[in-house]
Unconditional design. Structure first.
Length: 226
């Protein structure tokens, strides 16, 4: 009997987006409830997730929270190409390296107080990608570990790669984050370019809405700091 799955989510949240990628790639039917992150959470949702964050997953009545845990749970509960056989590269490890080494710099660029600070942080982001991520993608074909299909690595990073390319393309953040990647980190650039085109990754992606929302939040933050 098919599992009864309900996802509490927000399509603008990159963390919740991870769960959508996993569910889409696994082909699992699910019900979704959109949680408005711009207002205080309802008592009903806080009873499901006391932290008020998304995603939360109800799986046959069991509540699972934290995006990486949700994605890993789904991958384990429904064995597939997302988790390669034992002895092959660990996609979760690759994703963790991306977040600990590179994504932190990407996040800092968004909130940089001056253009000079943004350029400095962007240079560090590229440096970390080149030294830490690029070697892990030497055998990407086109996905992690030589896979022809998405793996857990792409499930965990796809929504953030979408934002990396979209925010630089639209001038929300400096294009120094991405302009040198084809030359300096060709493995990463080719891999990321494939990931952001995949239907499971783009299923809920609304580029214009995310870009406009991010721009508005940054303008509001700058006005408050002025």
């Amino acid at each position: 009997m098919a599992a009864k799955i309900k996802l509490y989510t927000n399509h603008g949240c990159p963390w919740a987006h991870r769960a959508h990628i996993a569910l889409e790639e696994l082909g699992l039917p699910f019900e979704e409830e959109i949680i408005d992150l711009s207002v205080p959470r309802t008592p009903e949702y806080l009873a499901i997730n006391p932290r008020g964050l998304v995603p939360s997953l109800s799986y046959n009545g069991q509540i699972i929270t934290e995006s990486a845990v949700v994605a890993q749970f789904l991958a384990d509960a429904h064995p597939s190409h997302l988790v390669p056989p034992t002895g092959t590269p660990d996609g979760a490890l690759q994703a963790n390296t991306f977040f600990t080494k590179a994504h932190a710099q990407n996040f800092k660029v968004i909130f940089a107080k001056t253009p000079a600070e943004a350029e400095e942080v962007a240079a560090e982001f590229v440096k970390q990608v080149v030294s830490e991520i690029e070697p892990l993608l030497a055998d990407a074909a086109p996905y992690f570990g030589g896979s022809k299909t998405l793996t857990l690595a792409e499930v965990l990073t796809g929504s953030f790669l979408l934002r990396l390319f979209a925010l630089t393309k639209h001038g929300v953040v400096t294009d120094s984050l991405t302009k040198d990647l084809p030359a300096k980190a060709p493995n990463f650039y080719k891999w990321a370019s494939k990931v952001v085109e995949h239907p499971s990754v783009t299923s809920i992606w609304d580029e214009d809405k995310v870009v406009a929302g991010t721009r508005a939040r940054l303008e509001k933050l700058k006005a408050a700091q002025a």
